[in-house]
Design a protein around this ligand. Structure first.
Ligand SMILES: O=P(O)(O)OC[C@H]1O[C@H](O)[C@H](O)[C@@H](O)[C@@H]1O
Length: 423
């Protein structure tokens, strides 16, 4: 279970003063009467998910592991970030597992697309094209190139190496997959893209990466209970949601997601979409930004400490590292580092976090929220999803916005389509 510490946030209002509002919003989520009420399938997904399809994900993952050097996952936004975030967090950044997972369909950069195509050309490849709408342009461009490559390489057999994850009935991708005879997986109608890592969108790539997806579902399921109470004393996700609103009332318009693990950087990217698209609308919302420390203490650290007071930090601490190392002793001690000999490097990391917290809080006057997760396991990933889902739903509804749409994203697309000459 995730722990929340608000002691370093120095809130000027009492979180409990919001209990009545939280009760009402919680009720509206449960009764499905809130704004965006047709997109709250994630709340009970850990019970409701299609067990037959879940078994099929595992079977396909095994086939892909056996017959592929590379698994290309083609998608963007919610159809990309969650899977990558989970795989990197759970497996680490240099997992020597087969197949290697590569992401495409997340850019118009021809340089990137060409590099991937060159890298995979002599390897055994399987492809997972993922799009809820089935019409996303980045994904469609990459997938046409991949499809032609796969057909050239495997002929008729290409269709046994292409997996499509999309809406159950609508969209160009669904029609194409049916026509070509691809194995397909369904993105449920009532779960939006940025909540979809817990559906086949995330689960197939995650399973192909050799991660136990039962553990993810168990963490998610336990999270339903752990973050399911309307009582603010019993629900850390709702306390976090309220604390954000209080901090914004105090004038903090930026939330900096802080972590100390390199393999969590994509979690920050996933969180940015989840929070930014959910809350940034109607002229309201907190801008989500992120740093990975101590790396970024040597860049953005200066601004956080001394710059304009526009931000608060939300630290995501991990109690237990994936692997710990002991710092070695050296007879000559030319680098004067022997004072750390025999110490755990994770302990050094934690002391850096502690010292930073003190510096930012006490000297810099920056409010700090602390979220602690036990480890970087599959179970903890599933559990963390429920924590953040509940938090963003509550905090956005407190702003009287719909947490589950993203109307603002369409504006650039319209302009782009006009420039591209799309009918
Ligand atoms: O899954 P897709 O329909 O291809 O959508 C991929 C992404 O693109 C859109 O523009 C939305 O802003 C995102 O919320 C979505 O996750």
């Amino acid at each position: 279970m995730i722990q929340l510490d608000l002691q370093h946030a120095h809130l000027k209002e009492d979180v409990k003063a919001y209990q009545e509002q939280v009760n009402q919003i919680d009720e509206s989520l449960r009764m499905k009467t809130c704004k965006g009420n047709d997109f709250i399938g994630w709340m009970t997904w850990a019970n409701d998910y299609d067990k037959e399809e879940f078994a099929r994900i595992k079977t396909c993952a095994q086939k892909i592991q056996n017959d592929s050097d590379v698994f290309v996952v083609c998608g963007i936004g919610g159809s990309y970030l969650g899977a990558r975030a989970a795989i990197e967090m759970i497996n680490g950044l240099y997992a020597q597992k087969k197949p290697e997972i590569i992401f495409m369909g997340n850019t118009f950069s021809s340089s990137y697309i060409a590099q991937v195509m060159d890298y995979i050309k002599d390897k055994e490849v399987s492809v997972n094209v993922i799009s809820k709408s089935g019409t996303t342009t980045e994904t469609s461009i990459a997938f046409r190139i991949l499809k032609q490559f796969m057909e050239g390489k495997y002929g008729e057999d290409a269709k046994h190496r292409i997996y499509a994850t999309t809406d159950k009935a609508r969209g160009t991708l669904k029609a194409l997959a049916d026509k070509e005879g691809y194995e397909t997986f369904v993105i449920p109608d009532d779960i939006g893209g940025r909540f979809s890592v817990i559906t086949p969108v995330g689960l197939l790539p995650i399973a192909v990466a050799g991660i136990n997806i039962d553990d993810i579902m168990k963490g998610l399921h336990d999270g339903m209970g752990e973050y399911g109470d309307a009582d603010l004393d019993k629900n850390p996700a709702y306390r976090y949601a309220v604390a954000r609103r209080i901090l914004q009332n105090e004038g903090y318009d930026v939330e900096l997601f802080v972590n100390y693990e390199m393999q969590m950087q994509m979690i920050a990217e996933w969180w940015k979409q989840l929070f930014g698209e959910s809350e940034g609308k109607d002229g309201k919302g907190i801008l989500p930004d992120s740093v990975c420390n101590s790396t970024d203490l040597h860049s953005l650290g200066q601004f956080v400490q001394d710059g304009k007071k526009i931000l608060f930090e939300t630290n995501l601490y991990v109690e237990k590292p994936m692997i710990d190392l002991t710092f070695p002793s050296d007879d000559e001690n030319l680098d004067n580092m022997n004072y750390l000999a025999g110490k755990s490097i994770d302990w050094v990391n934690k002391m850096a976090a502690k010292g930073t917290l003190q510096a930012h809080e006490e000297t810099g006057g920056v409010p700090n929220i602390i979220i602690t997760m036990p480890d970087m396991s599959a179970y903890s990933f599933g559990n963390m999803c429920m924590f953040y889902f509940k938090a963003i739903a509550m905090t956005t509804l407190m702003n009287d916005s719909n947490p589950f749409n993203q109307p603002g994203v369409e504006v650039y697309k319209k302009n782009m389509f006009k420039l591209l000459g799309k009918e």
